[in-house]
Design a protein around this ligand. Structure first.
Ligand code: PHE
Length: 336
C-alpha cells in the first residue's frame, strides 16, 4: 500500500507539472470520492493494527501534498492569466492620436469675425441676461405698454414682468444706466421670439447690436461705422444705403441695405433682382431712451444698430436654410 501511495503521489505531481494541466480533473482523479487516493484508503480496513497508523499518516501526507500542489498551480495560473491580460490590454500612450479635428461652427465663426471688426473700430463687447425684465427689453427703450412688439405672440413671457429677451438692445439700456458717455459697445447674444421654425425663422437666434453715445455724434458717424462693417464683412466693393423706417428707440430710424455682393448691384437670384439686400436696422438713439437711462439728450447724442447674426452668416456663406445652422449635421459643419 505504501508503494501505491508513493505512486499516487508521483503521478499526481507529474500530472500537475504538465503545461496545460486541468487542475479540476486532476483533483477529481486523485482526491475525489471515486479517486485513486480514496480507493487506497478504503482498503485500509484490511491492514494490521500496527500498519494502519503508518499508512494513514502517509496517506494524509500525500493528500496534503497534492492539495498544496493544486493550490499553488492554481494561483500561478491565475497570475499568468492576469499578466497576459495586462499585456494584451496595454495602451501605448506614445502612439499618435487618431482623433478627427473638429470644425468651428459657422455661427461661432461669423460671430468672431463680426466682433473682431467692431473691436477693431474701438468697440467693447458687453453681454447681458437672456432672462430679462420687461423694463429693459421694452419700457426703457421707449416701447410703450400697448406696442405690438410686446404681444405675447411675439415675446416669450415668463411672468408679467419677466421675459426672454427679444432683442439684445436691453444690454444697451443697462450699459447706459451704469456707464457715462463716451460709450462704444456691441452686444452680441441669443434672443428669443415666438416664431415658427422655417428656412428663415427660429424661436432662438442671435443678434449683434451696437451703441455709440458721446457729444456731437451724428448720423454721419453711424454711416461711417456701417460702411466699414459692410466692406469688411462682404467685400471692399460693397456699398450701403439707408431707407427710412420706424423703431420706437431710434429717431430718425433707418433700414440699411448692402449692395448685392453676388452681382455687384445689377440684380440676381441672391438679391431677388433688386441689387440690394436688407441687413440691419439702425438710427439715432431716441431722446426718451437717453433720458430713461439717465443721459441728458441736450448734451449727448448717439446711434444704435442691430442685425441678426444668422442672416449675415446665411448671406456670407450662401446657406439657404437657417435650420442647417442648428441641426449639427457633420456633412454641413465640416465645410467650415
Ligand atoms: N433691436 C432691433 C431689432 O431687434 C434692431 C435695432 C437695433 C434697430 C438698434 C435700430 C437700432 O429689430
Amino acid at each position: 500500500m505504501k508503494e501505491m501511495l508513493e505512486k499516487i503521489r508521483a503521478s499526481a505531481l507529474e500530472a500537475l507539472n504538465e503545461e496545460n494541466a486541468d487542475l479540476e480533473a486532476i483533483r477529481i482523479r486523485f482526491l475525489g470520492k471515486k479517486g485513486e487516493l480514496t480507493a487506497v484508503l478504503r482498503g485500509m480496513g484490511a491492514l494490521s493494527a500496527e500498519e494502519r497508523p503508518i499508512i494513514g499518516q502517509l496517506a494524509n501526507e500525500v493528500r496534503a501534498e497534492i492539495e498544496k500542489a493544486i493550490a499553488e498551480r492554481s494561483s500561478a495560473a491565475a497570475e499568468k492569466k492576469l499578466a497576459e491580460k495586462l499585456l494584451s490590454e496595454k495602451i501605448d500612450v506614445t502612439m499618435p492620436a487618431k482623433a478627427e479635428i473638429g470644425h468651428i461652427h459657422p455661427l461661432t465663426l461669423i460671430s468672431r469675425e463680426l466682433e473682431d471688426i467692431f473691436v477693431g473700430m474701438g468697440f467693447s463687447i458687453v453681454e447681458g441676461p437672456e432672462v430679462e425684465l420687461d423694463y429693459y427689453n421694452f419700457q426703457a427703450l421707449n416701447i410703450p405698454e400697448n406696442h405690438p412688439a410686446r404681444d405675447t405672440q411675439d415675446t416669450f413671457y415668463i411672468t408679467d414682468k419677466i421675459l426672454l429677451r427679444s432683442q439684445t438692445s436691453p444690454v444697451q439700456a443697462r450699459t447706459m444706466e451704469v456707464q457715462k458717455p463716451p460709450i462704444r459697445i456691441i452686444s452680441p447674444g441669443r434672443v428669443y421670439r415666438s416664431d415658427a421654425v422655417d428656412a428663415t425663422h427660429s424661436p432662438l437666434f442671435h443678434q449683434l447690436e451696437g451703441l455709440v453715445i458721446d457729444k456731437n455724434i451724428t448720423m454721419g458717424d453711424l454711416k461711417g461705422v456701417l460702411e466699414i462693417f459692410a466692406k469688411e464683412t462682404f467685400g471692399e466693393d460693397t456699398r450701403i444705403r439707408f431707407r427710412p423706417h420706424h423703431f420706437p428707440f431710434t429717431e430718425p430710424s433707418a433700414e440699411v441695405d448692402v449692395s448685392c455682393f453676388a452681382c455687384g448691384g445689377n440684380g440676381c437670384r441672391m438679391c431677388k433682382g433688386e441689387g440690394w439686400i436688407e441687413i440691419l436696422g439702425a438710427g439715432m438713439v431716441h431722446p426718451n431712451v437717453l433720458r430713461n437711462c439717465g443721459i441728458d439728450p441736450d448734451v449727448y447724442s448717439g446711434f444704435a444698430f442691430g442685425f441678426g447674426i444668422e442672416r449675415i452668416a446665411m448671406l456670407k456663406y450662401h446657406i439657404d436654410d437657417m435650420r442647417l445652422l442648428y441641426e449639427n449635421d457633420v456633412r454641413f459643419l465640416s465645410q467650415f
